[in-house]
Write a protein that binds this ligand. Sequence first.
Ligand code: UDX
Length: 448
Amino acid sequence: MAPLKITVIGTGYLGATHAAAMAELGFEVLGLDVVPEKIALLSEGRVPMYEPGLEELLRKHVAGIEGSTGRLRFTMDWAEVAAFGDVHFVCVNTPQKHGEYACDMSYVDSAFASLARHLERPCLVVGKSTVPVGSADRLAALLAELAPAGDGAELAWNPEFLREGFAVGDTLHPDRIVAGVRSASAEKLLREVYAVPIGEGAPFVVTDFPTAELVKTAANSFLATKISFINAMAEVCEAAGGDVVKLAEAIGYDERIGNKFLRAGIGFGGGCLPKDIRAFMARAGELGADQALTFLREIDSINMRRRGQMVEMAREALGGGSFLGRRVAVLGATFKPDSDDVRDSPALNVAGQIHLQGGQVTVYDPKGMDNARRLFPTLGYAQTALDAVRGADVVLHLTEWREFRELDPARLGAVARERVVLDGRNALDPAVWRSAGWAFRAMGRPAA
Ligand code: UDX
């Protein structure tokens, strides 16, 4: 039997990684995007974002690159994609609508419509984008209506759980595969696509469409809840004089709770968790189930409050009062380490707030400088952590890059104006900094 031919529509984070991973699994892959610059870059084996291991994997498979398997190509031609694929993965993004909680389905809708019109042979279209529950039912009807192949073009829903920074590993070795299907043949095809990870033991959970869509939003809501829970505990610890890091460690030994995603700090950001919980609330409202998710409103406010609390902590460290004329070094701009993504980044938000209040903010980030500069051109930027800290009255650690844990506090102390460091991620070792003469404060932990 000839190996399946796979297409990937939308080559952002999710799609570019999925396309490269499918080629790695041995399939012939054709990726499509509507942005010509992305296609040009990917066709040269280059990635428009920083994601560890992704460029290497692309270069291993992109046709035309010396020594590659040639299994992966890119195009902008819908007819070519439709003619090529046995299985089409739709990986376009679903951002938050401007001025609303709901998610913007226009990219998904237009991708489905463009593809469907060209589908002349039997195939499986697989939705991977994070969508409001009920979308798959609607998109299945759209396929049936628009595809020349009619019922021969079937839909499946297969949410993606990859984390930025670990996208390649998460895609090649998923911790579970969720297949929302309406027929045994769709399930069989998806089992064929994922034969390797299934063989490695990845659980394969077969569901209906709504459940598959809900698994994704439920998972992200749970993760957001865990982070806001520990951040709420951090607030209580601050009021009561407790230590949230010790508290998290101690509750984490209970296997039912677990120790992951309990790092208190300035909270979650990025392109997924914040918009996904909001879209989930909006959708529940439409379904008349809004009461079930009112707690997510609280999760969102606890999270957003952290940023303001970090600003106040910085103000306090500077003796209270105004930021005017005070120099603030900010270590970290991305929403998490090992990524260059600054979308809804708590770190940049804090830097921006202090800047808007008159502080002289200098930011350094190992990978996020270009994106940060584009979003916040008026902040100061330094080439190294040392340069950012030079002359600073206070140092804020806001994204937990390994590089920052490996800094030498004595060297930084020699160039800072005041040795005051605030850890917004609870990732630095207080003892190391204090022994180098720094006043060290962290969110949810006692002052000394
Ligand atoms: C998330 C989900 O983890 C992933 O499964 C889904 O597919 C997409 O959304 P991602 O956005 O890459 O992935 O980031 P994640 O690692 O979940 O971190 C989200 C945010 O939470 C980051 O800003 C991170 O700094 C913060 N975080 C995480 C905490 O503040 N504390 C923690 O303990 C963990």
